[in-house]
Design a protein around this ligand. Sequence first.
Ligand SMILES: Nc1ncnc2c1ncn2[C@@H]1O[C@H](COP(=O)(O)OP(=O)(O)OP(=O)(O)O)[C@@H](O)[C@H]1O
Length: 677
Amino acid sequence: MEAAVRTACIPPKRDARCSVAKTLKHGGVSLPWLDQSQPRAESTLSMSRLPVMSSKRVLTNSSGSENGQDMAPAQKRIRKDPESAKPQAASTVVGGRRPPALATRAPLSKPVRSVGAATVAVGPSRGVLKSSTAAAKGGNVKQPVASTAPKTVTGGGGNTRRLPWDLKGKVSDMEGKIRNYQTKFKSVNQENEDLKGSMVQTQSKVGALQKELESQRNQISEYEEELQVLAGVRDELEKVSSERSTLQREFSNLEGKYKVMETLRDSQETELQTLKMKLSVQESTLTRVQANLRDREEEVRCLKETVAQQKDELHGGEMERRRLHNTIQELKGNIRVFCRVRPLLTGGLTKHIQLPACDNKLITLAKTEESHTGKTADTQKNYNFNFDRVFGPGTSQQEVFEEISLLVQSALDGYNVCCFAYGQTGSGKTYTMEGDEFDDARGVIPRAVQQIFKAAEKLGAQGWEFAFTASFVEIYNETLRDLLYTGKANKRPEHEIRKSTNNEVTITNLTYEKVANEDQVHGLIALANQNRSTAQTAQNDRSSRSHSVFQLDIEGVNTGRDIKCKSTLCLVDLAGSERMMKSQSQGERFKEMTAINGSLSNLGIVIAALANKESYVPYRNSKLTYLLQGCLGGNSKTLMFVNIAPETDSFGETLNSLRFASKVNDCVIGTASANRK
Ligand SMILES: Nc1ncnc2c1ncn2[C@@H]1O[C@H](COP(=O)(O)OP(=O)(O)OP(=O)(O)O)[C@@H](O)[C@H]1O
């Protein structure tokens, strides 16, 4: 019933406000909260209810939710900017648009009718509603409703209305309402003050909270910094941890190695012990050996003394050998002649000639002479020649060399030695001097060279050192030609024989090749043969018409005994000695034969002059004698091979050669003396 009365007394908000305003204007009563000229009162009213409504209700409607979370942002906005919230609320009310909105939104929360007359004043705020309700409960709201009951008319819907004429009643109602509103206004003001107070408190709390928040933020930033530091520390720790694990792995590896090393050390210690034992055994052995060694050293010292004595004796023996050797050579004569008969090459013997009878030193050349008259029998004429040695046709190269090897030995003892082969063309001069390349057929030159180097090596043990220089020269038509020349043919130099102040004969521009062994000499002989064959191609059979002279200069030094020796081994293959008449030479050949015969007859003249001890020896009459001057003089040992051919048609030349050789053989060229210092 009371609710019904309250509902009847409360008009729709807008209508009621307008009707009250009209009534008051008409009645001359001034209501400050309705007057447009009193914005302060309305503003105050608005502040008391609208901010709450606008913040809470609007948020509720817009989101459709009333929970605290949705409200929180709005509340925060109000707290942050409370001043800005006031005009908003005020403008909402002043614009006069808020009430319809409230009326429209009212059904979303609670039915308007349940609020009763307090709906306009309270609005949707629960706090205000509670206050209004509390005010109503206080009895202020209910008062004007019951006093005019007799003068009200109840409509079909149950509402009570005053009769139109009951103005007093209406005024009374309005006054009741005014009182009611004033009471509400007061309570709202009070509530507003309370809210202000609480807002100030809240603001101070907010400030405190902000400070606290700031300090919290600072602390957070400190914590963050600390966190960063700690993150760094954590990284460091992680690094250290990984390093630690690496170190642990290395450590475990090292442990493994250490164990292996320990095992190795143990085995080596064992080995060391064994070695120590062996060492002690060895040391005792060494002591014994050292004692033995001292004994042996003493023995060696004694032996060395003996060796030295024996060396002295050997040297004395060597000197004695040389002296005796020289004596023998002197007894044999310083110029000796060997005759060698070449074997028959082609045909057999004719009935008119016999092979020369050879008997060591005798050769008999026999010739059967036919009786021209026919009355007497054919007569045989023998030509006997004595030489130092006669080699028959069957004599080997080795046998021939054995006879002259003593002479070759003299070259190492410091004597000049000259060996030359004389004879007609084809009699075997080259065969005797050079021979064939096969071992058995090797001639005097290769065998002499071999002997020289072997003997030099043996003498090396007695302190001798030898140096050898080889040269090979050809004399053709009284012209010298270097057989060891290796340059261009058109640039061959000319050569002259020179004699130094110490009577040494040299040839200008000649190749003097230092040789140290037998093979090198063989190489030079091969080169000389090549040079001779080249010349021979240009001029047929030239070698037969030229003299070839191989010279080996020997220098020996015995430093220990301060002895030096110097000598020349001269080996000569003479040109063919056939007579000019037989050859019936003409032109170039005549010139050749003239040169050959001139040099060969001059050789005979020189030998004869030496034999006769003539004051003048015509060495310079031919290149051959000039070149061989050192080897033909008093300080030399000379050997002449006279080579003869056994054929019938060579009889005359053979006889001629034997006669020439016989003259040489009769010469006694004085006593040779060794060239020693
Ligand atoms: N003792 C010998 N035993 C075998 N063969 C020989 C003997 N002597 C010479 N001959 C041979 O006789 C030939 C002529 O000999 P060689 O050429 O030595 O004569 P040469 O006197 O040097 O002639 P040239 O004056 O023309 O040089 C050669 O074929 C050679 O091999």
